[in-house]
Structure formats: C-alpha cells, structure tokens
Design a protein around this ligand. Structure first.
Ligand SMILES: Nc1ncnc2c1ncn2[C@@H]1O[C@H](COP(=O)(O)OP(=O)(O)OP(=O)(O)O)[C@@H](O)[C@H]1O
Ligand SMILES: [Mg+2]
Length: 359
C-alpha cells in the first residue's frame, strides 16, 4: 500500500516558521529605513495627545515605499500612547463616497449605525455630538486619497468637510492623506490644500541595500533559521530595486520562492526557487495586487470567464450604480488588464461592450 499522504507530508522539513509575516496586510513591528518619516509623522500628530491641534499632512511617494505601513505603524503607537485620540484608517478605494467615509468615521467613534443607514446630515450631527461629549480628537488617515477624484461625481467634497472640521464638527480633526499620485496636489482646490497639506512627507524608492534590510527583518520571523540560502535575499532585493524599489514586490518574491521550495520538498530556499518566483511574478501580477475591494471583484469576475459583456457585469454587481461599474471598467482598462470594445447591439444600458482579459 502507498504511504499515507499525511504521514509523508508531515515528515517533510518545514521552511516557514510563520508565513503570515510575508502577507500584504501584515503590519511590521520594525520598519528599517523609515525612522525619519515615522518621527516626522509623529511630530505632526503629537499635539493630539494633549488635546491640541495637529498638523495636517500629505504623504507622497511611489508604490511599495512603505507609506501605508508607516502611517498605520504611527497610528497604532499613538493609540497605545494616548486615550485622547481616535485613529481612523480609511482606504478610499474601499470607501470612496462622502457618505461612506463619514459613516466610517462615526462607527470608528463607537456609534451604532442602523442597517437602513442614516443621512449624511445625520451622520455629521452624530459625529459632532460624540466628539463634544468625549472630547477626543480623531486622526483620520485617508489612504489612496486620489481615488476621490477618479469618478465623475463629487466624492472629493468630503475633503472640504475635513478641511473645515472645526466649523462643521466643532472639533479639529487631524488628517493624514496618503497618495502615490503626483497629480493629486494639482487637483486640490487652493483652500483645501492650505488646510489639508500643512506638511508634506516624501517617501523615496528603496535602494537594493535598504530592500535587503527590510527583507532580512521579515525573513527572521517568517522562516526557520538556516532555511534561506545566502543568495536569496540579495536576489529578491535586486529584482525589486529594478522594479521601482518596491518593497511589496521584494516581500512577495521572497514568499513565492519559499512556497516553491516547499512544494519541491527542498530543505532550503535556493537560487533556483527565486528564479522560478521571478517567472511567476509577471508585471501584471504586481498591478493586480494593487486592486482593492469591488474593483478587484470585478476584475476577478472577468478573469474567471476570460470574456464577458458589460451587461453581465452590471447583472452580477446589481447593487453598484452604472457609473461606478463604468469607472471600474475604465480603470481596469487603463491598467492594461482588460480590453473593452463596443460591439453592435444596444443593451439595456446603452451600448453593450465586450470585456476581455488582456493576458
Ligand atoms: N521599511 C519597511 N520595513 C518593513 N516592511 C516594509 C517597509 N516598507 C515597506 N514594507 C512592506 O512592503 C509592503 C508595501 O508597503 P506599503 O503597503 O506600506 O507601501 P505603499 O507605499 O503604501 O504602497 P502603495 O502606494 O502601492 O499603496 C508592505 O508589506 C510593507 O509591510
Ligand atoms: Mg499603500
């Protein structure tokens, strides 16, 4: 009789000590080469701990340079340090309307929101009320804030609300806006800019040496000692350095190489596994990792089928407005992930388009 499969695989030598450390949503406990930025953000927010006004900031830099993680890191420390502060992290891909952002704020303040929802004015009133009673200062991180300008609507109006928070909610808000789009500042109305961007903190692409340090700090927790051969980290770092110094790519290469080694039953991650990981991580995949929420779901729906009509997408995501579906489609097309062609017949919602996966 063949050997029991579980007996066989449990006898294998393990490579990963804790794989979660290499997942995209893992928040690192140390962030090498971001000490200066951590300090600058902390100085800007320091006032909040004493119930005072903070400096509103814009965090700007290319993808994978640690913007999200650094801000989350500082907010976590601030929360541990002071009872006066309510840090609220919002990703604008996931909450992209004024209503959903305000909703996020009110529930982060501990308010119960009925399922039927409440109007934006009611939310605003509730926020003021809680803040008046609790005397707490909310610090709002608006990640990927450029998303608020992606649609044709007036999503960005919420920035007005935050810019004049003192008037609207009778309390100052701390705002930390995060973006990787250089154009963001240009799109901001002068008045909003003056109030929301009192300080700018730039994040630069990582050098190969910096990426090596980042990988080392993660690898220590993720792998068993001795399970990485020497060349693995330098290789992943070099490849990611060529790809815009993106730490996300570096970490994902390291993880993939580990998975390949594991699959091949190897005792160690070797150069060959890293080379295979390079092949697996095509350019496209890096883009895909940047998709969020509904956009990602729409993309996956198209990818599973290879080709769909726009009506099928509308049908599948009935709860979305036509405009947002159109936005998702054009965003995916602009990322070069899909093609959208108008074809002859006119469907229920205008011209039917044929959407195809590009790769
Ligand atoms: N200095 C660092 N130390 C440890 N890990 C880091 C560091 N910088 C980035 N990372 C890791 O790299 C990945 C990408 O970082 P992050 O998501 O913060 O980048 P980002 O600048 O927000 O990118 P994007 O613009 O695409 O959102 C995360 O897994 C994060 O933990
Ligand atoms: Mg980010």
């Amino acid at each position: 009789m063949a050997e029991n499969i579980f007996k066989k695989i449990s006898a294998e030598k393990e490579i990963f000590q804790d794989e979660r450390v290499l997942m995209p949503d893992y928040l690192p406990e140390v962030m090498p080469h971001r000490e200066r930025q951590i300090e600058e953000i902390a100085y800007g927010l320091k006032g909040a701990a004493g119930g005072k006004k903070t400096e509103n900031m814009l965090i700007l830099g290319p993808s994978g340079t640690g913007k999200t993680s650094t801000v989350r890191y500082v907010l976590k420390q601030l929360q541990e340090y002071s009872q006066k502060v309510v840090p609220i992290y919002i990703n604008c891909w996931e909450s992209s309307t004024r209503h959903s952002i305000l909703n996020n704020i009110v529930s982060a303040l501990g308010e119960f929101i009925p399922r039927r929802g409440i109007s934006t004015d009611e939310i605003t009133d509730r926020i003021s009320e809680v803040l008046r009673k609790g005397k707490k200062i909310p610090i709002i991180a608006l990640d990927e804030v450029d998303r608020l300008f992606a649609g044709s609507g007036d999503e960005e109006k919420v920035l007005y609300d935050l810019a004049r928070a003192k008037e609207l909610f009778s309390t100052d808000f701390g705002v930390v806006a995060i973006t990787n789009s250089d154009e963001f500042l240009v799109k901001l109305d002068q008045r909003i800019r003056n109030s929301l961007v009192q300080k700018q903190i730039g994040f630069k692409q990582y050098s190969p040496i910096e990426l090596k340090d980042i990988l080392k700090s993660r690898a220590k927790l993720a792998f068993y000692p001795e399970s990485l051969s020497e060349e693995v980290i330098p290789l992943c770092a070099a490849r990611a350095a060529k790809n815009n110094g993106d730490a996300r790519l570096a970490i994902s290469l390291l993880w993939k190489a580990g998975k390949i080694a594991e699959r091949e039953n190897s005792e160690k991650v070797e150069e060959g596994h890293v080379r295979k990981a390079f092949e697996e991580v095509g350019e496209g995949e890096v883009v895909e990792e940047k998709l969020h929420g509904r956009e990602k779901e729409v993309y996956e729906f198209i990818r599973e089928r290879g080709e769909v009509t726009s009506s099928e997408i509308y049908e599948k995501f009935k709860d979305e407005t036509d405009r947002s579906i159109r936005n998702y489609i054009s965003m995916l097309a602009s990322l070069n992930l899909i093609t959208a062609e108008t074809r002859g017949g006119v469907g229920r919602r205008g011209n039917t388009r044929i959407i195809k996966i590009k790769k």
